[in-house]
Design a protein around this ligand. Structure first.
Ligand code: TRP
Length: 377
C-alpha cells in the first residue's frame, strides 16, 4: 500500500491539529491551501497502487425491487467482471432503502432476493465479499462522525435528494437528506479506493471524496481518495421510452423474467419513434431495442441488424424477436442459477454472514484509527 498524504494548513484549526500519525508507513507532504473551504481540496490518503490503479472496490445496490436488465447491464454485470482484478466488496444497502416508505413485512425477503439474484448474476461470494449493510453496525458509527464533516449546503445540492424529496413529499426525512453521508461511510469504512457506479452517482462520490478530505484535514490522514469507476455499459432506457429503466417506473424487464414474459414486454416496447411503417428506414442510434442488442447479441448480429434497420430490410417485430432469442440465451443460465440458490437460502445467508464478518473486521480497524484521530480514546 502506497499512501501519499497531502495536508493543508487550516487557519481555523489549531496549529498541529489533525497532524496525527499517518497509518502505516505513509509520507506526509504539504499542499498550500489556506481557506477553510479549501479543506476539501486537500488530497486524501491514496491506497491505490503505484500506477494510481485502485485496489479495493466497493459498490452497493438497494433491495427495493427486482434486479432488472438496466441494473444488470449498468452495474451488476460490470461488478462481476471486476472481481478477478480487484478486492471487491459488494453490498445490499438496506439502511439506504428505508429512507423511503417501504413495507417491513416484505423487506427481509427483498434483501435475500436481491442478494440471491446478485449471486446468480456473478457476484460469487467465493471470489468477492458480498454482504448486507445493516449487518455491520460500525458503519453507522462512522456515518455519525462523517455527518460532522459534512456541510448542510453540500447535502442540499444533491440532485438525488432533490428528486426524491419531490417524489416523496410526505416523507422528507433526515435520513433521506444524510443518505450520501452513509454512502461515504460505506465506502470509506473499508477504505475502498474505487467505486464502480453509474453516472447518476457521481455527485455522491464527489461528496465522499470531500468528506474524506475534510476528515483527513481536521484529524489526520485516515481515508483514501475513492475514485469513481464508471460502468462501460450504456444507460438502458425504460421500455416506455420515458427516461431510464427503473424499478419505480415499472418500465423494466426483470432478470427473473422468463423468455415468454421478456418477449411479451418487448413486443410493446418503444423503438425509433420516427419509424412509423414497416417500410420506413429506421435509425438504430436512437432505438433502445438496438442498445439492448448491443448488450445481448453477437457483434455479427448487431452489425446485420444495424444495416437492415437502416435499409428497412428488417422490421421492428422481427428485430424484437431476435432480441428475445439473444436475451433468452444470456438470461437462462442466470435464471437457472437463481432458482438453484432460492432452493438453498441458508447457503446464501451463510455467505452473506461471512461477508459481513470480513467487512466488520475492516470497518472496526478503521474505527479504532478514527476514534484515536478524533481524540476520543
Ligand atoms: N446510492 C447508491 C444507488 O442508489 C447505492 C449505494 C449505497 C452505493 N452505498 C453505496 C453505491 C456505496 C456505491 C457505493 O445506486
Amino acid at each position: 500500500m502506497n499512501m501519499d498524504e497531502q495536508k493543508a494548513s487550516d487557519p481555523l484549526s489549531e496549529e498541529g491539529a489533525g497532524s496525527g500519525p499517518a497509518a502505516g508507513d505513509s509520507n506526509t507532504s504539504a499542499a498550500g491551501v489556506n481557506t477553510a473551504d479549501a479543506a476539501a481540496e486537500v488530497a486524501g490518503v491514496d491506497t491505490a497502487n503505484a500506477d494510481g490503479e485502485p485496489t479495493r472496490l466497493y459498490s452497493g445496490i438497494q433491495p427495493t425491487g427486482d434486479i432488472h436488465i438496466g441494473n444488470y447491464l449498468g452495474a451488476v454485470a460490470n461488478w462481476a467482471k471486476l472481481i478477478p482484478r480487484y478486492d471487491c466488496i459488494y453490498c445490499v444497502v438496506d439502511y439506504h432503502a428505508i429512507t423511503i416508505e417501504y413495507d417491513p413485512d416484505t423487506m427481509r425477503d427483498a434483501i435475500l432476493d436481491t442478494a440471491t439474484m446478485g449471486m446468480a448474476c456473478g457476484l460469487d461470494p467465493d471470489h468477492c465479499t458480498f454482504f448486507v449493510q445493516s449487518h455491520v453496525s460500525e458503519t453507522m458509527e462512522l456515518a455519525w462522525i462523517f455527518s460532522t464533516c459534512t456541510a448542510i449546503g453540500a447535502l442540499e445540492r444533491m440532485t438525488q435528494f432533490k428528486d426524491k424529496a419531490a417524489q416523496h413529499k410526505q416523507n422528507i426525512n433526515a435520513g433521506l437528506f444524510t443518505y450520501p453521508v452513509l454512502q461515504a461511510a460505506d465506502i470509506l469504512g473499508v477504505k475502498a479506493d474505487g467505486v464502480p457506479v453509474g453516472d447518476d452517482q457521481s455527485q455522491h462520490l464527489e461528496l465522499t471524496r470531500e468528506i474524506a478530505r475534510r476528515f483527513n484535514h481536521l484529524y489526520g490522514p485516515v481515508f483514501p481518495d475513492a475514485k469513481t469507476l464508471y460502468s462501460p455499459a450504456p444507460r438502458i432506457m425504460g421500455l416506455d421510452g420515458q427516461g431510464k429503466m427503473s424499478k419505480s417506473q415499472g418500465n423494466y424487464i426483470a432478470m427473473k423474467d422468463r423468455s415468454d414474459t421478456v418477449r411479451k414486454k418487448l413486443s410493446t416496447a418503444y423503438t425509433d419513434p420516427n419509424r412509423l411503417r414497416r417500410s420506413d428506414p429506421g435509425n438504430p442510434d436512437i432505438c433502445n431495442i438496438f442498445t439492448l442488442h448491443k448488450s445481448f447479441s453477437s457483434p455479427d448480429e448487431v452489425a446485420t441488424i444495424d444495416a437492415e434497420c437502416r435499409s428497412a430490410g428488417i422490421g421492428c417485430v422481427d428485430c424484437k424477436k431476435k432480441l428475445g432469442a439473444s436475451m433468452e440465451t444470456a438470461m437462462t443460465p442466470i435464471q437457472d442459477k437463481y432458482e438453484d440458490l432460492t432452493r438453498r437460502p441458508d447457503d446464501v445467508r451463510d455467505a452473506l454472514a461471512a461477508g459481513a464478518d470480513r467487512v466488520r473486521t475492516l470497518t472496526s480497524e478503521t474505527m479504532t484509527e478514527v476514534r484515536q484521530s478524533l481524540g476520543l480514546r
